[in-house]
Design a protein around this ligand. Sequence first.
Ligand SMILES: Cc1cc2nc3c(=O)[nH]c(=O)nc-3n(C[C@H](O)[C@H](O)[C@H](O)COP(=O)(O)OP(=O)(O)OC[C@H]3O[C@@H](n4cnc5c(N)ncnc54)[C@H](O)[C@@H]3O)c2cc1C
Length: 380
Amino acid sequence: MIDFDTRLRAVRDVSREAAEDLRARALSIDTDPDAMDGHLDSPVFEMVRQANTPARFREPVPGAKLPLLLDSSSCLETVVGTLELARGDAGTILACPSPALAGVFVEMLGNEEQQERFYTRLHGGRTWTFFAMTEPGRGNDATAMETRFERDGNGGWLLHGKKRYIGNGARGGIGVVFGRTGRSALSIRAALVEPPVAGWHGHRLDMVGLRGAYLSELTFDAVPVPGDMLLGEHLPVTRRGMWGAIKTFNNMRIQVAAAAVGTAVAMAEYVVEHRKAAPGAHLMSSRVEAARELVYEAAARIDRDPERGYLSCAAKLGATRMAVEVARWAAGALGPAGLLEHPLLEKWTRDACAFEFMEGTGNIQRLHVAKGYQAGDADV
Ligand SMILES: Cc1cc2nc3c(=O)[nH]c(=O)nc-3n(C[C@H](O)[C@H](O)[C@H](O)COP(=O)(O)OP(=O)(O)OC[C@H]3O[C@@H](n4cnc5c(N)ncnc54)[C@H](O)[C@@H]3O)c2cc1C
């Protein structure tokens, strides 16, 4: 069991307070993910963006409590914050213009100018980012991607291909696109792209869950990419493309687990608030608590040894499965018309099913857990 020190308690309490504001916005963003004007200037959106930004690129914002508190290099602190914010609403977090996955990748593979360009572009809170990896029919098996960078003859590249299920893709102002420069796995590279740009087409997909994530399909028809926008050029060839993507997923997997647990906590609490003696409530609450402890434990372990992913894969697997179980229980716990009468609960029961697909599906986590077990990672 993780003991909360004063810092962790402060991160939890500030995030918990902010979560109320996220929750108040949840249904309107879910109903119309395009209608964002009324949210972009809110302190809570500002807070989520700044908390996701490395300290050297943050804008000074008076009264922004979480970014001042949070040590974003501590996985446990970030996980505690994410879980509490997701108790407010995970879909709304994903709707915030923030560095998100692309930020983690750019921090790892971008040179100084690229990082500066990326983070400065986000100032003001009106620019969404994207991390475009998945393609139609090629999700978990990213090494089979077909999107390609072709040389333009002038030191730059032309991007051709298609991506699908890309968070904030069609409304993004800057982000990372993966493609290949040749056939080998090492030829998979990523570039910074700033739409609108010639040959770039995108549209939002109509999703059932986590609609704030604005999943999109993107098509690239000879999109020009300047040579200095290719990421990782200053790094050894083995550390340029897929290496960075795998590291990014390893970092973010536990955050997805925390978001799934936060959503489950929200559903369980909501049901009990509206029906004190709901059958099964005690069992569900115990399962949620167990998943929460596992997520905290996995985060603390990542802080001790970031290379060992066994526990974070197990935590994501357990958390996403548990969130779906809580959603199924919650759907019946308030009576036959429960979901009709409680639209927020109905929304969360849809959201709960989406976490499994983020940062590696359940089967992929099972493969990682099995490999980690064989390698002795389960022992510590
Ligand atoms: C809310 C949300 C946000 C997302 N955001 C992004 C984003 O910002 N950028 C991005 O690039 N993508 C994003 N995705 C896409 C996500 O990464 C893919 O959905 C995921 O990689 C799975 O790919 P797929 O849907 O093509 O399924 P597939 O990879 O085709 O898998 C289909 C099924 O086969 C199983 N399977 C696949 N391979 C194996 C194997 N080797 N062994 C056993 N079983 C296997 C899977 O577990 C799954 O059940 C997002 C998805 C969601 C739901």
